[in-house]
Ligand binder design. Structure first.
Ligand code: AMP
Length: 220
C-alpha cells in the first residue's frame, strides 16, 4: 500500500469472516472511525418506527436493505469531520451499485482511493463461525463460544454487560446471508481487482494472527 497518513480502508468478506472484530481493532490501532452499516441499521431497527419495522423484516430474513438507503447512510457518515483523517468501512459496499455510488462520492469529495482488504475464509467454515457468535450490546466487541470465549460465560470482559446473540445468527438466516454474499458482494472482488486496489489475506487462525496479516498488507 502507498505510504500515506490517510487510511481509507474497506474490509471485504463474507459474513462471519471477522470483519467487525478486525475493523474494531484496526480502528483503535489507527485511531480512525469504524463505519459499520450493519450497526447503523440495527440502531435504526431498534427505534421500532415504520422504517425500523421495514428494516427488521429485511434484516431478519438475511436480505440486503435497498442500495439507496444504505448508500445515503454511509455517505452522510463519511461527510463527518472525523473521517477526514481516514476511515474503515465494515459491511459497505455490498453490491456493485453501492460500490459505484461510493466511488463517485469519494472522487467528488477528493478522498484518496480506497484500499480494499479481502478477508478470505472457506465458505464451509462460515456456519460454525457465525453460529457460536455473541456480542456486547454496549461496546460492540465480538466473542465466540469456541474461538474467542469471554472470561465469564455470557459477559463482556471489558464492560461486563450481558452478551447477546444476533437475531440473524440463526442457521436458516445465515444460509440466506451467505447466498446474498455470493450473489451480490463477492463480485466486488473482481470489481476492485480491476482497479488494482485489493489485497487478499487469509482470515483463518487466531484474531491476532489475522490482525497482523492486515497490518502487513497495509505496510504497517
Ligand atoms: P452486518 O452487521 O454487516 O452483518 O449487517 C447486518 C445486516 O444489515 C445485513 O444482513 C443486511 O441486512 C444489512 N446491511 C448491512 N450493510 C448493508 C449494505 N451495505 N447493504 C445492504 N444491506 C446491509
Amino acid at each position: 500500500m502507498m505510504k500515506t497518513s490517510q487510511h481509507n480502508i474497506y474490509l471485504l468478506g463474507a459474513p462471519g469472516t471477522g470483519k467487525g472484530t478486525q475493523s474494531h481493532n484496526l480502528s483503535s490501532f489507527l485511531n480512525i472511525p469504524q463505519i459499520s452499516t450493519g450497526d447503523m441499521l440495527r440502531k435504526m431497527r431498534e427505534k421500532g418506527d415504520e422504517l425500523g419495522i421495514r428494516l427488521a423484516s429485511i434484516m431478519n430474513r438475511g436480505d440486503l436493505v435497498p442500495d439507496e438507503l444504505v448508500s445515503e447512510l454511509a455517505k452522510n457518515r463519511l461527510e463527518e469531520e472525523d473521517c477526514k483523517k481516514g476511515f474503515i468501512l465494515d459491511g459497505f459496499p455490498r453490491t456493485k451499485l453501492q460500490a459505484e455510488i461510493l466511488d463517485a462520492f469519494l472522487n467528488q469529495k477528493k478522498f484518496l482511493p480506497l484500499f480494499v482488504i479481502l478477508i478470505d475464509v472457506p465458505i464451509s467454515d462460515l456456519q460454525t463461525r457465525l453460529s457460536g457468535r455473541m456480542s456486547c450490546p454496549k461496546c460492540g466487541r465480538s466473542y465466540h463460544q469456541l474461538y474467542n470465549s469471554p472470561k465469564e460465560l455470557g459477559q463482556c470482559d471489558f464492560c461486563l454487560a450481558k452478551l447477546v446473540t444476533r437475531s440473524d445468527d440463526d442457521p436458516v438466516v445465515i444460509e440466506q446471508r451467505i447466498k446474498n454474499y455470493l450473489r451480490e458482494t463477492e463480485p466486488l472482488v473482481h470489481y476492485y481487482f480491476k482497479k488494482n486496489a485489493i489485497s487478499r489475506i487469509d482470515g483463518s487462525g487466531q484474531i491476532q494472527e489475522v490482525f497482523e496479516r492486515i497490518l502487513a498488507s497495509l505496510s504497517l
